[in-house]
Design a protein around this ligand. Structure first.
Ligand code: 1CP
Length: 341
């Protein structure tokens, strides 16, 4: 059903899945994570990555599973050291733009063989009606971590590098575009029905920089993959870039655009939905709070966007403090919805 929406059809109730649906809010994930040891061991052991992917499908029966991995496996495969420190997120050895020749985008697909193997195992284990989504980080967002070496409040180090040395920054983006094309093709060939490209930090760029580092690389990825796999389906998620959404859609050719919870739903319905499927937009805080706040958030999305092409999702990943029972409530409410016209 999710694939049909990506192919241009409308469905009500809409298909539903949730960003970060496998993760720390689930007790079974926390158990698996402890057994695995490190977070990257979980990503690089196909049996464990498969189990993590399937946990939320078993519990909630979402319409899509998303490969359990991380956007930072690409820098890891490019040769930059990446580790996940307990409780403090990713830590990378900060990349200097003088050292770009050390990165080899042609090896990424091979180095991530364990992830690709997981894609095949997951597809084999999933019910036929459940879509499988592959993913990667968008070049801009991945570059923000490669340059700073960690998550940052304002992505300052990468913004500074892009303005100070745009030629060399463009070379880094080109490496990431090439690596992403190769990696996504392998995910599609192993059984992914569509791929999502996460540009979590798109919203910090001005208009010129958004065009150059968000739209242009995404267009290159979509065209590069479709040159070899013409039917490849894409969900783009340029978080925080709603002001650029129409040109992002027109210029990249994505099948769907992910939106966060700060967007005006009536504008989405009138200006964006006629052109493309939209995904989102529930505030993850409503899933933490539950009750009326959750119900009202769900109903507003269904009432305003339910008559068009919609994939129900949160506006960003579910947070570790969310109650798994609230997720069950959300799925039931979306599935029980009836068209109000
Ligand atoms: O301790 C743990 O178990 C690690 C927590 C965790 C998890 C569960 C991290 C560390 N990554 C993941 C999985 C993950 N990451 C998925 C799995 C599939 C699913 O959705 O179920 C996906 C799609 C991602 C993508 C990802 N990683 C993004 C883009 C989406 C988003 O949420 O914005 C980003 C920015 C990352 C980097 C990252 N990885 C992990 C953390 C804590 C972070 C954020 C770091 C920061 O900036 O603070």
């Amino acid at each position: 059903m999710l694939v049909r929406v990506l192919d241009g059809h409308q469905a009500f109730p809409p298909p539903i899945w949730m960003m970060r649906q496998a993760g720390r809010y689930l007790p079974e994930y926390r158990t698996l994570r402890q057994k695995a040891g490190g977070f990257l061991d979980l990503c690089y052991t196909p049996e464990l990555a498969t189990e993590a992917t399937l946990q939320p499908i078993r519990r909630y029966g979402f319409d899509a599973a998303i490969l359990f991995s991380d956007i930072l496996v690409v820098p890891d495969a490019l040769g930059q050291s990446v580790r996940f420190a307990e409780g403090e997120g990713p830590v990378l050895e900060p990349l200097s733009l003088d050292r770009l020749d050390d990165l080899d985008p042609t090896v990424v697909g091979h180095k991530l063989a364990a992830v690709i193997e997981a894609v095949g195992m997951i597809r084999a284990a999933l019910p036929d009606e459940t879509a499988l989504l592959g993913f990667c980080g968008a070049p801009w967002t991945v570059a923000t971590y490669m340059i700073a070496g960690r998550g940052t409040p304002d992505q300052g180090p990468a913004r500074k590098a892009a303005l100070l040395d745009p030629e060399r920054f463009a070379r880094l983006i080109d490496v990431l575009v090439a690596a992403s094309i190769d990696y996504l093709i392998r995910q599609l060939d192993a059984g992914a029905d569509a791929v999502q490209v996460f540009d979590t930090w798109a919203g910090v760029l001005d208009a010129a920089e958004f065009e150059r580092w968000v739209i242009a690389p995404m267009r290159a990825i979509v065209q590069g993959v479709r040159a070899k796999r013409p039917s490849a389906r894409f969900i783009g998620f340029p978080k925080g870039g709603f002001g650029f959404a129409e040109r992002y859609v027109a210029q990249t050719g994505v099948n769907a655009i992910g939106l966060d919870w700060t967007v005006p739903l009536d504008v989405v319905r009138d200006s964006l939905q006629p052109q493309v499927a939209v995904q989102g937009t529930l505030d993850p805080m409503r899933v933490v709070v539950g009750g009326r706040a959750l119900e009202q958030g769900i109903d507003a999305i269904l009432e305003t966007l339910g008559a068009g092409r919609l994939i129900f999702n949160l506006g960003h990943g579910i947070t570790p403090d969310a109650d798994p029972a609230h997720v069950a409530t959300m799925v039931a409410r979306v599935r029980a919805a009836t068209a109000t016209g």
